[in-house]
Ligand binder design. Structure first.
Ligand code: NAP
Length: 497
């Protein structure tokens, strides 16, 4: 089956792209989804307590507002429900092929199209958009002895809902964004909880509250009203860029806030010392939680900071040689973010995969287009991640730019479009230069923002409104276009428009 456009994934970005295509009047597109439902990350992460740490009014598609959010920070089931309803409302379901995990996608230079192999057969497309997401593939560390474990283990993003934790001895490995939500939720039910912390996070007070019925009614009756909290939260969060990017020292006040937050919940000084980070706040993601520290102070909780050396049939051995006996291990250990498995499956003009091309350090122009990969767009892509604001804002910028590229192809009757290598190179050199002084690179932490070459290929080092300005207008001069017969420089093509 051939389509004009194939999109991989049905999370925020894939659905957003589909909606915008329909609005452009383009109907010949397909969304390839590996699961049986839409939602991506928000479908998969169904662990207890899963909640978005970006406010609801902002964490949604601008063209699909939801006046019904019940809390200022939405819980996962509500976000998943929103994505499902959005897919239905905008009539995307007929475009979705469920159970179609992409196992390979290869550029066919002769036919000038993508040949896409999926778990349920082959499709082809003129244009391929990868909206597979950055937090799509859970990472369980390769620990010796894991196979010998006689209890039950699973990743936070693949929660085993059939496994009742009541009365069990549970270990949670990791203290990132997922763990700090899981621990307070499961602590009251389990018999013993051992938390394995490698690096403590900076944890901030959480300002979550229910949204009143009156507020919801007003948002429904006067949709413009909902833009007030949306813009308020957006601009407030943009202020953080001043510290994160331009003056990391200015973030010190957050460390004071974090320390006080901890002191209010934990009397034990020795425990507080173990939980206090030794890096600048903001270097790793700032985590909001009112439940984390109180949970760690409970009698049935132990925080182990001596590392995980091995898994044994009945527990976890730490670096001091102590065996912590548990019957369940929850790995809240993050995702393959900088080594995306899908990058190994997508092959461009030279037959090389994205992973081979990147060689450990992802890069793209505006996080969206990659030289050597014609008619290919990534939403999200390298360096569009955020530590401070809603990433959906970035996705929408990328969607705008991709639509601009598709329109330009149509105007120029081009069979292919490809970013010029020197444009990509210049863009990424500027991104890396800017990242050099940010808190993520200088804050003294080792985070998943840095890839195996030590390069930050995840975060966007600037205000998101700047990214939106850059992606608002497509610039054909940055790209090579080719007709079916021959390639012509963009400037020449622009002159013929
Ligand atoms: P994460 O932030 O990458 O945290 C992983 C944790 O596992 C870290 O504490 C890490 O320690 C630890 N870890 C990894 N490998 C380990 C090993 N071999 N031994 C011991 N500890 C190990 O992952 P996450 O919590 O799933 O969150 C990932 C991202 O998803 C977040 O940053 C956020 O962007 C997003 N997220 C958002 C929300 C939300 O909106 N509320 C919720 C969940 C996730 P180190 O710090 O030492 O590496």
């Amino acid at each position: 089956m051939h389509h004009h456009i194939a999109i991989i994934g049905t999370g925020f970005s894939g659905l957003g792209m589909g909606i915008r295509l329909k609005r452009e009047g383009i109907e010949d597109f397909v969304l390839l989804e590996r699961a049986k439902d839409v939602g991506g990350t928000w479908r998969d992460n169904s662990y207890p307590g899963c909640q978005c740490d970006i406010p609801s009014h902002l964490y949604s598609l601008s063209f699909a507002p939801n006046p019904d959010w019940s809390r200022t920070y939405s819980m996962q089931p509500e976000i998943q429900d929103y994505l499902r309803r959005t897919a239905e409302k905008f009539e995307l379901i007929p475009h979705i092929r469920f159970d179609h995990e992409v196992t390979g996608a290869t550029w066919n230079e002769d036919a000038k199209r993508w040949e896409i192999d999926t778990a349920s057969g082959r499709v082809s497309a003129d244009i391929l958009v990868n909206s597979g997401g950055g937090l799509a593939d859970p990472r369980i560390p390769d620990l010796p002895g894991l196979d010998s474990f006689e209890g039950t283990y699973f990743h936070s993003a693949a929660w085993n809902h059939d496994h009742d934790l009541t009365g069990r001895k549970v270990a949670v490995v990791g203290t990132g964004a997922s763990a700090i939500q899981i621990v307070p939720k499961i602590q009251p039910d389990v018999a013993e909880l051992t938390v394995f912390q490698r690096t403590p996070p900076w944890v901030m007070p959480h300002r979550d509250r229910p949204i009143s019925r009156l507020e919801r009614t007003l948002y429904k009756r006067i949709p413009l009203l909902q833009k007030v909290p949306r813009y308020f939260v957006y601009w407030l969060r943009e202020l953080l860029v001043l510290g994160l990017v331009y003056r990391p020292k200015a973030l010190r006040f957050l460390e004071r806030v974090g320390r006080r937050h901890m002191e209010e919940a934990i009397d034990d000084r020795e425990l507080r010392d173990r939980l206090t980070p030794d890096y600048t706040a903001g270097c790793k993601r700032l985590l909001p939680s009112n439940g984390w520290y109180p949970a760690l102070a409970k009698e049935n909780v132990d925080v182990v900071t001596t590392g995980v050396t091995a898994i044994e049939p009945n527990g976890i051995r730490d670096e001091d040689g102590t065996l912590h006996e548990v019957d369940t291990i929850v790995f809240a250990t993050g995702f393959y973010v900088t080594e995306l498995p899908i990058a190994e499956r997508i092959r461009g003009r030279e037959g090389r995969s994205l992973a081979e091309t990147w060689n450990g350090s992802m890069e793209a122009y505006l996080g969206t287009a990659v030289a050597g990969f014609p008619n290919f767009f990534l939403i999200p892509g390298p360096n569009v991640g955020l530590g401070h604001n809603s990433v959906v804002v970035m996705f929408e910028g990328q969607i705008n730019y991709t639509l601009g590229a598709i329109r330009a192809m149509g105007r120029q009757a081009a069979a292919t479009i490809e970013v010029r290598p020197e444009v990509q190179e210049r863009y990424n050199a500027a991104i890396q230069k800017k990242l050099a002084n940010t808190v993520w690179n200088t804050g003294g932490c080792s985070s998943w923002y840095l890839d195996r070459n030590g390069v930050n290929t995840v975060l966007y080092p600037d205000f998101t409104w700047r990214f939106r300005l850059k992606t608002a207008r497509f610039d054909p001069a940055k790209f090579e276009f080719a007709t079916r017969s021959a390639a012509r420089p963009a400037a020449e093509l622009a002159a013929t428009r």
